[in-house]
Each structure stands twice: as structure tokens, then as C-alpha cells.
Design a protein around this ligand. Structure first.
Ligand SMILES: [Zn+2]
Length: 336
């Protein structure tokens, strides 16, 4: 348990240890009703309430945040996210927006922005192109170095979140789906979408070939995009995608189907599945288990393989897919 410093209890008249508890409170700020969990301290000796330093501020901040959320104002946390997102300091950002140099600083200190200012900040949080417009319009307001840095960050984000190819769109759809997907996991899911695409629609829905790397099939272009995440869970943080318009109905049906079945495993389990399958194996003939290999896995081999599996197990039914997965005889680490 966390040990806290003792504080003074007015009833016990001595330093005591204490506990922090939460009670539901309802208050009005201007005309807004706010419900929140108020934190308070309880003396461990006499059970009376006592004043814990810093707790009032914490409660105030919570009220402030709820007030802002309810009235559509940008929160301090969101302003910090903007600075992080574009790797920009508060003063240059103020200048870039054509505001007084200390405006953002004051907002970060707790001042409530006017509605118009708040709306601009909310736009910046969700749209890179709005930021880009300000950057070009007001570049004379900031140093060339600051300009280049922000420009570079936007370019990187554009590349990361580009939806030009179907493989990119499917990736973003899956990353935003709520499943915890690492880059390794993403590669295997894409591979199964490709394989199942032949079964569902008799075509390569992904329109991209993969290579037989040590850890299973990999789509290098997509892999490189998300390389920066390492082994972390991928996210499209601060990007808003309309998931419904990202994919066609046909694509969505297939991707949802594959996600529903394979999404409950993890990247390492799927790696084992693919290691048991002919497409990956046949592309690695002559290679040691841990030897680097960038041989392409032929689309035709993938197609024939999944058509064969479908004939035997019926991959259009989830029971069929599960029977197939069982047949691979892999120790499964399912995530509940
Ligand atoms: Zn006490």
C-alpha cells in the first residue's frame, strides 16, 4: 500500500494517517449542473473528515473539466494534446494562430478561452489540415525552424494516416476498432484478410503482396508505416476517421469477420498459426528458422491454400474457422 505523510486532524489534535474516499456530488456552475466524484480525506483514528493538501485543487480541476466538456469548451488536457500532437511550443502556437503570444500560456494556467478561440483549438485537435492552413497563412509569425518542425510533423502524420490504398484503410479501420493491435498482430490480420478474401469474394481484396519474414507474413509498406510504435499497441490518436465510410460494405463484412475470430488472439499466436501454414513455409524453403528472408509469398499460393482449407472446413462459418485453427495444433493464448 501507498504510504502517505501524516497530517493534522483538528479533532484528534495530532498528526494522523488518513484515507482518501470519494463521494458523489452535484453542484451548479453558472447554469450547468455538474455531477462528479468528490475526493475527501478521513482520519484513520477518529473517522472525521480532514483537510488534505492538494485535494481541493484536484476536485476543482475535475469540476472545471466536466463543465468544459458539457459546454463544448476545449480542456487544458486537450490543449496539451495539441502541443504534443504537432510538437509545437505554446508561444509559437499562439503566434501561429495570430493570437497574443501568451494566450495559450494563460489557457494552460486555467483561464477559460472564449468560445471562438476554444473552437479553433478543438479543430486543431481533430484536423491536421486546419493546422496546415494556419501554418501556411501565418508562417511569417514564427521562426523558420519552428515552421519546419511543425511542417515535418504534419507530413509524418499525413503519411501515417493516409488512406490512399485499401491496405491502409483496412489497417486504420482495425486499429480504430477497439482491439489491441500491435504491428506484428496487424500484419497477421492483414494476411488472413487477404486469404479469406479469396474465399469470400474470389479476389485479392488487399491488393498487396506479403513477404515471409521470421515472424510470419509481413506487408512491408504497412509494416514500415507503423514501425515507430515498436511493440506498442497501435493507435490513431487525435485522428477522427469515419469508420463507416472507410470501407465498402463488402470489405467491412470481411474485415469484421476476420477481426471477430482472430482478434481475440494476439500477434504471437497468429505468428504460430502462419508458421504452420503452407504459404509462409513454402516461401522460406532453404532458410533457417531465424534467418532473415524477404521472399514474397506468392498470391497464387495463398489463394490455393485458403481455397483448399475452405473446401475442407468451410471458412465462411466461424465454427469452420475454429475447427481449422484447432487443426493447426498451436498452443493458443486467447485474450479474454
Ligand atoms: Zn482524527
Amino acid at each position: 500500500m501507498e504510504r502517505r505523510k501524516e497530517i493534522l486532524c483538528a479533532y484528534c489534535r495530532k498528526l494522523v494517517s488518513y484515507e482518501i474516499q470519494v463521494r458523489k456530488e452535484k453542484i451548479f456552475v453558472k447554469d450547468t449542473e455538474i455531477e462528479y466524484g468528490e475526493k475527501y480525506g478521513i482520519c484513520s483514528v477518529c473517522g472525521n473528515e480532514l483537510t488534505v493538501p492538494g485535494l481541493d485543487d484536484e476536485n476543482e480541476n475535475k469540476i472545471e473539466e466536466i463543465y468544459r466538456k458539457k459546454n463544448g469548451y476545449v480542456t487544458i488536457q486537450e490543449i496539451n494534446q495539441i502541443l504534443e500532437k504537432y510538437r509545437v511550443e505554446k508561444r509559437p502556437l499562439s503566434n501561429l494562430l495570430g493570437w497574443g503570444e501568451l494566450t495559450i500560456t494563460r489557457y494552460l494556467d486555467g483561464q477559460l478561452p472564449g468560445k471562438k478561440y476554444s473552437d479553433v483549438l478543438i479543430q486543431l485537435l481533430h484536423s491536421d489540415s486546419v493546422m496546415e492552413e494556419y501554418l501556411e497563412k501565418n508562417k511569417k509569425n514564427i521562426t523558420e525552424k519552428a515552421y519546419e518542425k511543425i511542417k515535418g510533423t504534419i507530413e509524418k502524420r499525413k503519411q501515417l494516416y493516409s488512406t490512399n490504398t485499401i491496405a491502409e484503410r483496412i489497417s486504420i479501420y482495425m486499429i480504430s476498432s477497439g482491439y489491441e493491435i500491435t504491428n506484428l498482430f496487424l500484419q497477421k490480420l492483414l494476411y488472413y484478410i487477404k486469404g479469406f478474401g479469396y474465399v469470400f469474394y474470389q479476389k485479392d481484396i488487399l491488393n498487396m503482396s506479403c513477404e515471409a519474414w521470421v515472424n510470419g507474413p509481413v506487408f512491408p509498406m504497412i509494416y514500415d508505416k507503423y514501425k515507430g510504435f515498436g511493440k506498442e499497441i497501435l493507435s490513431c490518436e487525435n485522428m477522427e476517421f469515419d469508420l463507416n465510410s472507410l470501407l465498402s460494405e463488402e470489405e467491412k463484412t470481411l474485415v469484421d469477420y476476420v477481426l471477430n475470430i482472430f482478434g481475440k488472439y494476439n500477434g504471437w499466436t497468429l505468428r504460430e498459426f502462419t508458421h504452420k501454414e503452407r504459404p509462409w513455409q513454402s516461401a522460406r524453403v532453404g532458410f533457417e528458422e531465424n534467418e532473415r528472408c524477404t521472399n514474397e509469398i506468392s498470391d497464387e499460393v495463398i489463394r490455393t491454400y485458403f481455397m483448399e482449407v475452405d473446401k475442407r472446413y468451410d471458412l465462411k462459418k466461424s465454427d469452420g474457422v475454429l475447427a481449422y485453427i484447432n487443426s493447426l495444433d498451436v498452443l493458443v493464448q486467447a485474450v479474454v
